[in-house]
Write a new protein. Structure first.
Length: 182
């Protein structure tokens, strides 16, 4: 499984980790690559500008310390991985030059975008260009790119159960995965 994007609370990586733990119950050898920079956007850019109630609940991921690169969310995710016992199945790559990200798309089986807030996430068409089926939250422009049930699966933002079921569904169905990817 693959996620590409900034490691910031509004991207929903914490939800992805919870859902991935459930996937491992069915597919214990599954692996999740999380490709992206470890810094999160400032509180003022995300929480105070959003009218989305789910985004406003992400306040707990901000520790109040303002630095050039706020890593409190990344640190939270590192602790979460250990707590969930999935550290052997998850890899954070950090920043990868864009031209090298294509290798991650090529090696993935499913692309997952669990965001709470998006305009139009570029990794979705990039994944589709690599013939990957996409699971994404139905926020922002994702519904413009994904035809639910045909080119991918749309789920509710923050819904761990829905996200894990979508991942399990695609991992268990080779034909569906291939047809959605094509």
């Amino acid at each position: 499984l693959l996620f590409v994007g900034r490691i910031s609370p509004e991207k929903g990586v914490h939800v992805l980790l919870d859902a991935f733990q459930k996937v491992l119950e069915y597919y214990p050898k599954a692996h999740l690559d999380i490709v992206g920079s470890y810094w999160q956007l400032p509180y003022e850019f995300i929480i105070t500008l959003s009218e989305n109630i789910k985004v406003s609940k992400l306040t707990s991921f901000y520790d109040g310390i303002v630095t050039k690169f706020n890593l409190s969310y990344f640190n939270h995710l590192q602790k979460k991985i250990l707590l969930l016992g999935i550290e052997k199945n998850v890899t954070f790559t950090g920043h990868i030059p864009h031209m090298n990200v294509v290798g991650y798309y090529s090696n993935a089986t499913v692309y997952v975008n669990p965001s709470f807030s998006e305009a139009f996430p570029m990794p979705i068409p990039e994944a589709m260009a690599s013939e990957l089926p996409v699971i994404a939250t139905n926020v922002g422009g994702t519904s413009e790119a994904i035809v639910d049930g045909q080119t991918g699966i749309l789920v509710k933002a923050g819904d761990v159960r829905m996200l894990s079921e979508a991942m399990i569904h695609l991992l268990s169905n080779d034909d569906l995965r291939r047809s959605m990817g094509k």
